[in-house]
Design a protein around this ligand. Structure first.
Ligand SMILES: Cc1cc2nc3c(=O)[nH]c(=O)nc-3n(C[C@H](O)[C@H](O)[C@H](O)COP(=O)(O)OP(=O)(O)OC[C@H]3O[C@@H](n4cnc5c(N)ncnc54)[C@H](O)[C@@H]3O)c2cc1C
Ligand SMILES: NC(=O)c1ccc[n+]([C@@H]2O[C@H](COP(=O)([O-])OP(=O)(O)OC[C@H]3O[C@@H](n4cnc5c(N)ncnc54)[C@H](O)[C@@H]3O)[C@@H](O)[C@H]2O)c1
Length: 475
């Protein structure tokens, strides 16, 4: 039955960004309508972070068992039950789903509409038979896999992140197109679970990451038997279910790879095409909706956050942006999205993590005032104890010791990145990191070691030597 709702806020999309806006607004007693056309929880819960990390965890257990002999632990013959791994992945989704459910949100006082929403005017959205006329709108409609125009791809059954977690039998030979975070995380996990894996990358693997850190990840993947082809174009696909052929071309000519499954992991396409954005005067481009630094679209009543807003595509970015938009809408506070304080982690083994400015970007902005401090995992006692000595921390430091960015590659790099996020986000100095009391032995001490190296010039500094000499005179 047709109805008109007039809430304070209307949110389109119940993924990481939309759910955060809706929950926060409801907590302040604000009238919110939340529209979702698919599964509550969006990509992260159903087809992204959650299933991928659950799969990676299972794969990691297999790998630990396989490599235990390095520490004197011999597990005889690792046997992977892929159907049970599938069930584990689905059970993790099921365990988290209630938190994102319609029932929970309705319990918080949010009106949830399970329909596709689209704009019908500058201040009206239609969702099924409901018209929503809100004071403010937040578009958090996410993204989907971008499918490249490769000859034959349409005629071959291929997997994406939306279907790969449904497999109950391990692919015999998985061919992954794209060596970004999705491609490499899933390539390594499937290799560890028993698949033969080939990754084909048009440019270089993990293009956003520090090249030295990426080199360690690539070495590890290749060491485990993943075939990784960089600077290689996919020319043609053919075949049927279970038997696919991929023609690739690199500098040394063409070759054909025969596999059982293909995973397309070549980036994301924002879901801008089903929202009738033109009717609301909302500008967008190929990468997503155009927003200003406060995440407002070209229609001042409408904000856009998360994957559809065209910047970094992470769950914690959608959450951070949701917080900014709530401050702006509810409290009319000026807000500015700051890309330089956003960390990210790719959950390969070793993990690879980054925040802020990389070395090259820092030098181009601040010239020779920039210093790069480095400490290796091999210098860390906990890493030695764990037999996890591959990796390093790089701190990028500006004038007066201000931390500008960091790269971490190695065991638990993602956890170490929390410390770096606090330090960079709060604009701490390298001196404050060096003065931190770090429990011994812990991997995060490697950050402190890198920070302390800032002062390695001090003993040869004549001024410091003079002060020490002067103080020594007092006994
Ligand atoms: C395999 C994979 C692994 C990932 N791993 C990580 C990770 O480890 N860490 C991390 O931070 N990020 C990770 N990401 C990225 C993360 O999932 C996304 O950045 C995040 O989900 C974006 O949140 P969002 O709210 O913008 O969009 P989404 O979570 O995609 O939610 C958008 C929602 O909007 C709905 N929608 C779309 N159009 C409409 C419409 N017209 N009407 C109503 N509803 C609509 C969709 O159905 C969807 O539910 C991963 C992504 C993938 C694919
Ligand atoms: N751990 C995490 O936080 C995590 C994990 C997975 C995904 N994500 C998010 O999801 C986003 C999408 O991930 P993604 O890996 O799909 O995208 P991506 O854009 O990061 O990487 C895609 C890769 O595919 C390559 N490529 C594109 N077209 C190709 C072609 N025709 N042939 C061969 N290679 C091709 C690109 O050069 C690139 O290296 C990421 O950028 C990230 O924001 C995050």
């Amino acid at each position: 039955m047709a109805r008109v709702l007039t809430p304070d806020i209307c949110v389109i999309g119940a993924g990481s960004g939309g759910l955060t806006v809706a929950a926060a607004a409801a907590a302040f007693g604000v009238d919110v309508v939340l529209i979702e056309k698919g599964k509550m929880g969006g990509d992260c819960l159903n087809y992204g972070c959650v299933p991928s990390k659950a799969l990676i965890s299972a794969a990691r257990r297999a790998q630990i068992a396989r490599t235990g002999s390095e520490l004197g632990i011999n597990a005889d013959g690792v046997n992977v039950d892929f159907a049970q791994v599938h069930d584990h992945v689905q059970s993790v989704i099921a365990a988290i789903a209630p938190h994102d459910s319609v029932e929970r949100f309705e319990g918080l006082g949010v009106t949830v509409i399970q329909e596709a929403g689209k704009f019908v005017s500058k201040d009206e959205v239609q969702a099924g038979e409901t018209t929503i006329r809100a004071r403010r709108f937040v578009i958090a409609a996410g993204s989907r896999p971008a499918i490249p125009p490769i000859s034959g791809l349409d005629e071959v059954p291929y997997l994406t992140n939306e279907t790969i977690f449904d497999l109950t039998v391990c692919p015999e030979h998985l061919i992954v197109i794209g060596a970004g975070p999705i491609g490499l995380e899933l390539a390594q996990a499937h290799r560890r679970l028993g698949a033969k894996v080939t990754v084909v990358e048009a440019e270089r693997a993990l293009p956003r990451e520090d090249p030295e850190a990426t080199a360690l990840v690539i070495e590890s993947l290749r060491g485990e038997g993943v075939e990784l082809l960089e600077k290689t174009a996919v020319r043609q696909l053919s075949g049927t279910d279970g038997e696919v052929r991929v023609v690739v071309e690199a500098g040394d000519g063409e070759r054909e790879i025969a596999g059982s499954h293909v995973l397309v992991a070549t980036g994301r396409k924002p879901n801008t095409d089903t929202l009738d954005l033109e009717k609301a005067g909302i500008a967008y481009e190929h990468s997503g909706i155009t927003v200003d630094k406060g995440l407002r679209t070209t229609n001042r009543k409408v904000f856009a956050i998360g994957d559809i807003a065209g910047g970094l595509q992470f769950t914690h970015v959608a959450g951070y942006q949701a917080g900014l938009v709530i401050r702006s809408i509810l409290f009319r506070l000026p807000v500015t999205y700051d890309r330089d304080i956003i960390p990210w982690v790719t959950y390969t083994d070793p993990e690879i993590a980054h925040i802020g400015l990389g070395e090259a970007e820092a030098r181009s902005r601040f010239g020779n005032k920039v210093k790069v401090l480095e400490a290796k995992y091999a210098q860390n006692d906990r890493a030695q104890a764990a037999g996890a000595t591959e990796g390093f921390v790089k701190l990028v430091v500006g004038a007066r010791g201000r931390l500008l960015g960091a790269d971490v590659v190695g065991a638990s790099a993602g956890e170490i990145m929390n410390l770096m996020s606090l330090a960079v986000g709060r604009k701490l100095s390298v001196g404050q990191l060096a003065g931190m009391i770090s429990p011994y032995p812990s991997l995060s001490e490697v950050v402190k070691r890198a920070a302390i190296s800032y002062y390695s010039q001090a003993p040869s500094n004549p001024w410091i030597r003079r002060v020490i000499g002067f103080l020594a005179k007092f006994g």
